[in-house]
Design a protein around this ligand. Structure first.
Ligand SMILES: [Fe+2]
Length: 184
């Protein structure tokens, strides 16, 4: 997977203003896909979940939807956050939205043409594996924190304003694109 392909799959990555944060985000995405065995030919098959029926998007589309909603709402509400003394850092929201599910590239795998759980999925859910990948790529703690806490792993955790913001919208976007019930 090349940096150019990552930017093609996730166009909002170009909008990360901090050059180093953008470079490390691309590196983390490439690393996650490589670790999970995803390449340019099969990455569109990476799923957002395997535990629900009626899923209407793949992982890339889900991440782009979360990012799109995050940045649209950010423009509307960032002033309120600032007024409340918890200003939202735009690059952290954007980078966090783009990377929150990188662990899913290792949580799920394509084996003999079938989607299944990845090698360590039973002990490393995607918030944990994603946080490890982000740390390995050299991303800052505020991004690692956001990834680690974005799902129910963060229910009893301290949350930065950006982590709380992205996880709320992620849950909403998940409901929009996963219309169904857990598989029995
Ligand atoms: Fe997500």
């Amino acid at each position: 997977m090349t940096a150019e392909k990552i930017l093609e799959l996730f166009p909002a990555m170009k909008d990360i203003q901090d050059e180093e944060l953008r470079r490390l985000s691309i590196r983390a995405m490439i690393d996650a896909m490589a670790q999970g065995g995803w390449d340019e030919n099969n990455v569109h098959l990476a799923p957002v979940t395997v535990t629900y029926d009626g899923v209407t998007c793949n992982l890339i589309e889900h991440v782009n939807l979360v990012t799109d909603i995050c940045m649209t709402i950010y423009e509307k509400v960032s002033g309120y956050y600032a007024a409340n003394g918890r200003p939202l850092d735009r690059d952290t929201v954007l980078c966090g939205a783009l990377l929150h599910d990188i662990g899913k590239f290792t949580e799920y795998a394509l084996v003999d043409g079938k989607i299944c759980h990845g090698q360590y999925a039973d002990i490393m859910r995607h918030p944990l594996s994603g946080a490890v990948i982000a740390g390995r790529a050299g991303l800052p703690e505020r991004i690692i924190h956001l990834i680690a806490t974005h799902s129910f792993e963060g229910d009893k955790s301290y949350l930065t304003a950006e982590a709380d913001f992205v996880r709320t919208i992620d849950q909403f976007a998940f409901k929009c694109s996963v219309y169904g019930l857990p598989k029995k």
